[in-house]
Design a protein around this ligand. Structure first.
Ligand code: SF4
Length: 414
């Protein structure tokens, strides 16, 4: 039996799982669980997966890594069937996997400013995916009151443009037509090394160096830190996809303040308005937390009104999840049932916005990246279902929107 990788959480974890797949290829009968610590639910799912692996593959060596393992290694090491726990830096080193049988546990102090984080190893493919992720940044220097990510990934570090371009070039050579620049807080790109520039200038360099790259996308951006180079590129470069996903978190200034976010409601609205002015067809997405401690019904209403006013079609909504040792976890909590109910109301508002956004695309021509079984995403990142025989996975084709609902665009090739 070979190596099985179970990945939880963000695109960066997906990228790193492919790095580990390469490093651990020589191992046998191993299950790697790449955990996420963003919510209690993500940790619960990882524990469940570990128990299932221990039950279904009793002979397998289970290795746990990722942010939850980095933050609380002992808690994961004590689970039945777990042979080893690796930190987020250690999991990216080839030598860790070479020496694994002998040294299963290795979790370094990632918060140590001097701690070295290996440069991302090249990845040649993404199992079962039509778009490829390219890591450009790691870690975070901010301290939002609800978040544990900095404790799982350490300080912000940027990847040199030459390495990003080389990774992009090799993925293009493998047939990928769309690349997604990803990290933890990519808007902080270059802040750790002035010579690196900004996320906007990096995107421009990638597109200039890879003229055959059809589509470039960026993962989530901090609305407080979008640079002018990015705006200029968005205005003039059609290969930069008209899709902006923002880490907004709330639409209430008081809650944003208690979250220690760096933007206000008005600034987030201004960012969305600027994006739409530059690319009217742009698809907007946002991360939102429902039921943050101290959020009264009136403060929640401000976030709901924000979603409606900005008409944001693509929402990632999380009921607030208390994380150990974070300032927010010490604030007066909202009952979980109420958090979930508020999350449902936000999602409903997002669906209403998506219905409007999709309806406006009916009759229009789009460029569809076909992923699998006739499904894919448009340049705006709208989900699309294609009529007729599906083209090759990863193909980009022109399609016309025949009809739409809040969830999907229904199209035919044209
Ligand atoms: S910006 Fe805030 S929410 Fe995002 S990773 Fe950093 S601390 Fe967490």
């Amino acid at each position: 039996m070979s190596v099985e990788i179970l990945t939880f959480g963000c695109r960066l974890n997906t990228y790193e799982s492919e790095v580990m797949r390469g490093h651990a290829a020589a191992l046998d009968d191993t299950v790697i669980v790449n955990t996420c610590a963003v919510t209690a639910e993500a940790e619960r799912q990882a524990r469940q997966a570990i128990r299932r692996a221990a039950r279904e593959r009793p002979g397998a060596r289970i290795v746990v890594t990722g942010c939850a393992a980095q933050i609380a290694p002992d808690r994961w090491a004590s689970l039945p069937g777990v042979a080893g726990v690796l930190g987020n830096a250690e999991k990216l080193r080839a030598e860790t996997w070479a020496s694994l049988p002998a040294a299963p546990d290795s979790v370094g102090d990632i918060m140590d400013p001097a701690a070295e984080m290996p440069a991302p190893a090249p990845v040649s493919s993404f199992a079962g995916r039509a778009r490829a992720f390219v890591q450009v940044q790691q870690g975070c220097d901010h301290r939002c009151t609800f978040c544990v990510i900095p404790y799982g990934r350490g300080r912000s570090r940027s990847v040199e443009a030459a390495a990003v371009i080389a990774q992009g070039r090799s993925l293009l050579a493998r047939g990928y037509r769309e690349l997604v620049l990803t990290g933890v807080d990519i808007a902080s790109y270059g802040r750790d090394d002035a010579g690196f520039g900004t996320i906007g200038s990096l995107a421009r360099q990638v597109l200039a160096a890879l003229p055959d790259l059809a589509r470039l996308r960026l993962s989530s951006l901090d609305p407080a830190a979008i640079d002018d180079e990015f705006w200029a590129l968005l205005a003039e470069e059609p290969r930069l996809m008209p899709h902006l996903h923002l880490s907004v978190q709330a639409g209430s200034d008081l809650i944003l303040k208690r979250m220690k976010r760096r933007h206000s409601r008005a600034q987030a609205l201004a960012v969305i308005a600027r994006a739409r002015a530059l690319r009217p067809e742009i698809g907007i997405g946002a991360d939102l937390i429902a039921g943050f401690p101290t959020e009264s019904e009136a403060l929640f209403q401000e976030t709901l009104d924000f979603v409606r006013e900005a008409a944001i079609p693509y929402l990632h909504v999380f009921p607030y999840s208390a994380r150990p040792d974070t300032p927010a976890a010490r604030m007066p909590a909202i009952p979980m049932a109420e958090r979930r109910a508020r999350a449902a109301r936000l999602r409903e508002a997002g669906l209403a916005a998506a219905a409007g956004f999709h309806a406006a695309l009916v009759g229009r021509r789009i460029a569809l990246l076909h992923e699998t079984e006739g499904r894919g995403h448009s340049e705006h990142f709208a989900p699309v279902r294609l009529a007729g025989p599906p083209p090759a996975e990863g193909a980009i084709l022109a399609a016309r929107i025949l009809r739409a609902d809040a969830h999907t665009l229904f199209a035919e090739a044209c």
